[in-house]
Design a protein around this ligand. Structure first.
Ligand code: GTP
Ligand code: SPV
Ligand code: MN
Length: 588
């Protein structure tokens, strides 16, 4: 009798008709072999990997994707639940049978002439009771190698799966990278994702957004936990005490930067546990504990440099783990290193842009794609927390939400209690970025930074958050931040990046009851003298402006929240609707 995993592989072989089936063992030798093969192998007319300078960036390769395949495609992403109501207004919906028919037609024979890579993997450290078993098939070596970085693949997963039939099934083929034949279909009730026509991260590395957020948020609702688009950090203060935070920011709004922060403040240190996804459980003592299900970073390259994020630059130059991938960055031909806007001040003279053209400033286009990314192991990170592999996770004292907003939202404020914190998170807004295809810079509501990633009706999701709050003893404090407020000249008023540690310090002081805050219409604001701004060249008036609650702006904000809530009809919990009415009254 074949095991359930073997049956799944056989079924996939019969569907895709690959020339060969290869089951990954997860070893470094295997990865080196695959990378060497990918240097000679072309797909979609492009060599899959090009070796970069290993003296400067050990184990590194460059990958260029088809220019039509550089970001998540939310309009082609579906949640296929038995009823449309279960998926909610936050998701595109298709009937599960119809969706499967569509996908099976695309999948049929799609791997003829190719190898089908089978990737058994575990999300979370294998010894954790919170970890989950998964298997993905793919015909992309780039995807297979990326999965090695982003999760724990191979033998340890095969052993953990054993004879069980309870594992996530991820079915992926890059097809012929045709945007008209590209779909990412989720079946939460069946622990299944089908993806065709894209090799891009969030569309193709199915352990990431597809499983660890969309499918897992649904599992969390059933099982009483939360799967969130959040970083996890431990912040060590001069007294050596470590306070653990979660942080939710929409795509390309600063999670990776905050997760690897090198504080400007003396005596403070950030320990990294995760930069994108957190699974949050109620521990035996009734407190919230978080683990990072992933094992690597898939981070935005532009803007990452020694000044903004020195820890990430060191991570990318570390030789611990094989491989490190750079996708759609430019290449500096003088020394064969990856290059992007913001890595340094000078533009190299001999630069190839992300589409393989000779770069010239006169073209008026950036050399690296704005959503170009690196894929690198978390074990390369010099600030990796010793608690990262703790199967139980770390106890959470604070949750930070933030968006990219040029106005309205103050630099930082604290929610009065869990319920108002859930309201603040549910009304989170952000200007759109290059991480998803579509218009850039428009404000959209992105509750908990989960709008594109919640695998069920967002109204039910808000209720789930409120319910968790009722079950937890010693709730974390909830904060809202905005690093991106701008002045009349369209300049950022706050220096951001390493100076954000000043705001984290204030949060720790609040958590420990060392300072008190000022009540405002929207929550608790810092007193000017309780922010540590020593050594920062910023005017008091600018800080006052950064913290200002402007009633006219907020009236507009409230209208937008009302419009957004209306799209969920009576699914919005009454606590949140009432809070919105109270907030509106406070703005008169
Ligand atoms: P995803 O991987 O898409 O989920 O993104 P992310 O939230 O991890 O975003 P990331 O940290 O990669 O930052 C995205 C962009 O925001 C980069 O271009 C950064 O340079 C910029 N950024 C990050 N932090 C700050 C900040 O404090 N201030 C300003 N002005 N920009 C920032
Ligand atoms: C994001 O868009 O939030 C990312 C990149 O972290 S992706 O893996 O494509 O979702
Ligand atoms: Mn993300």
């Amino acid at each position: 009798m074949p095991t359930p995993m073997e049956s799944f592989i056989n079924e996939m072989r019969d569907l895709f008709l690959p020339d060969e089936v290869y089951i990954m063992d997860g070893t470094k030798e295997e990865a080196i072999r695959l990378a060497e093969f990918a240097e000679k192998f072309t797909i979609d007319g492009r060599v899959v990997l090009k070796k970069l300078n290993w003296q400067k960036y050990p184990n590194s390769y460059h990958h260029s994707s088809n220019p039509n395949d550089v970001a998540r495609t939310e309009h082609l992403t579906f949640v296929c639940t038995p009823t449309q109501e279960e998926a909610g207004a936050n998701n595109n919906w298709l009937n599960p049978d119809e969706a499967k028919n569509k996908m099976n037609n695309l999948f049929k024979g799609a791997m003829k002439g190719r190898t089908m890579y089978v990737i058994p993997f575990v999300m979370g450290t294998p010894k954790s009771r919170y970890a989950k078993n998964c298997v993905q098939v793919t015909d992309s070596i780039y995807v297979a190698l990326s999965m090695r970085v982003m999760s724990r693949i191979g033998k340890q997963a095969i052993e953990r799966i054993g004879n069980c039939s309870d594992f996530f099934r991820g079915i992926h083929s890059i097809g012929n990278v045709n945007p008209d034949r590209r779909f990412i279909m989720h079946f939460p009730q069946e622990n299944l994702v089908m993806s065709f026509g894209s090799g891009y991260g969030g569309n193709a590395l199915l352990g990431k957004k597809c499983y660890s957020l969309r499918i897992s948020s649904y599992l969390g609702k059933q099982e009483g936990w939360l799967a969130e688009h959040m970083i996890i950090i431990g912040v060590q203060a001069p007294d050596d005490k470590i306070t653990y935070f979660l942080g939710a920011f929409p795509s390309a709004c600063g999670k990776t930067n905050l997760a690897l922060l090198e504080p400007v403040l003396k005596g403070y240190k950030v320990w990294t546990l995760g930069d994108d996804i957190a699974w949050i459980n109620i521990g035996d003592n009734g407190k919230l504990y978080a683990i990072n299900p992933e094992a690597g970073f898939f981070g935005v390259a532009p803007g990452t440099g020694m000044k903004t994020n020195p820890v990430m630059m060191k991570t990318l130059k570390n030789d611990k783990f094989f491989p490190t991938l750079f996708t759609n960055t430019a290449v500096n031909n003088s020394d064969n290193t990856p290059w992007w806007e913001g890595i340094c001040d000078e533009i190299p003279s001999d630069l190839t842009d992300w589409q393989g053209r000779k770069y010239s400033k006169d073209l008026g286009q950036p050399a690296a794609h704005p959503n170009s990314r690196f894929t690198v192991s978390i074990y390369n990170c010099p600030t990796l927390s010793p608690e990262y592999d703790n199967p139980y996770g770390v106890p959470i004292s604070g949750i930070i939400f933030g968006g990219r907003r040029k106005d309205t939202i103050p630099l930082v404020y604290e929610a009065k209690d869990w319920e108002s914190g859930v309201f603040i998170a549910s009304s989170l807004g952000s200007e759109t970025t290059a991480a998803a295809t579509g218009k850039i810079g428009a404000v959209r509501r992105d509750p908990m930074a989960m709008l594109p990633f919640c695998g069920y009706n967002m109204g039910d999701y808000f209720q789930h958050w409120l319910n968790i709050g009722k079950k937890v003893k010693e709730l974390p404090k909830i904060f809202m931040v905005n690093w991106f407020r701008k002045d009349e000249d369209d300049k950022f008023m706050w220096p951001g990046f390493r100076d954000n540690s000043r705001i984290i310090k204030w949060m720790i002081d609040i958590i420990e009851g060392k300072v008190d805050a000022v009540e405002s219409e929207i929550g608790l604001l810092p007193r000017l003298d309780s922010l540590d701004l020593a050594g920062l060249d910023i005017d008091k008036e600018v800080v006052e402006k950064l913290l200002k609650v402007n009633k006219d702006d907020w009236k507009k904000e409230i209208e937008m929240i009302e419009e957004f809530y209306a799209t969920f009809g009576d699914k919005i919990p009454k606590e949140l609707r009432n809070y919105l009415v109270e907030l509106k009254n406070r703005m008169i």
